[in-house]
Design a binder for this molecule. Structure first.
Ligand code: ADP
Length: 191
């Protein structure tokens, strides 16, 4: 199963990604988590990514694409994967198409979580207090929402045209959202 989980910052992608990936027995691959792990380990990739992340901007495509390509190549991702936070630009969509085609598979579905914009900012500011992520300050949170609208929202139409899109209401309790995602994916057959 090859899935993408999309949604604006604060939509709850990370939480849902791990539930959904467990259910299908595939790894959840979060570009944000991989970047953060690199930042805390002080790798070259982390140093490069940090300045963009702290500003709420996207890390350049060539850096991100290579990182995802390497991750997808690992053994645990051979049976499939759930991508959380990738692709986020049209160029990344094309790259991912190439990566998947190369393995002889197809993308099976794209789930997009929809959440009320003001609720998103509130969730992120609350998370800032509990998790202390350096990109959860109010200015950066607002910038991340803007970047999402400009660069990532257009991807929704691309996947809708391909017939892959499943829109899921991301408001409410975590478990309810998970159930909605399973229901939205019930008819998806692995390619
Ligand atoms: P959120 O969805 O809350 O913004 P993520 O953890 O998914 O959080 O991402 C955090 C940051 O990591 C992003 O703001 C961006 O700087 C960087 N990032 C993650 N995924 C990508 C991507 N696919 N392309 C470019 N930058 C990315």
């Amino acid at each position: 199963m090859r899935l993408i989980l999309m949604g604006p910052p604060g939509a709850g992608k990370g939480t849902q990604a791990s539930h959904v990936a467990d259910h299908f027995g595939i790894p959840a691959i979060s570009t944000g988590d991989i970047f953060r792990a690199n930042v805390s380990e002080g790798t070259q990739l982390g140093v490069k990514a940090k300045e963009y992340m702290d500003a709420g901007e996207y890390v350049p495509d060539e850096v991100t694409n290579l990182m995802v390509r390497n991750r997808i190549d690992e053994d645990d991702a051979k049976p499939g994967f759930l991508l959380d936070g990738y692709p986020r630009t049209l160029a990344q969509v094309e790259e991912l198409d190439g990566m998947i085609k190369f393995t002889g598979h197809e993308l099976d579905a794209v789930v997009v979580l929809t959440v009320d914009p003001e609720e998103l900012v509130q969730r992120l500011l609350q998370r800032a207090e509990t998790d202390g992520r350096s990109d959860d300050t109010e200015d950066v949170v607002r910038r991340r929402q803007e970047v999402y609208s400009e660069q990532t929202e257009p991807l929704i139409e691309v996947y809708r045209e391909r017939g892959l899109l499943r829109e899921v209401d991301g408001m409410g309790e975590v478990d309810d959202v998970t159930e909605r995602i399973f229901a939205a994916l019930a008819d998806v057959r692995e390619s």
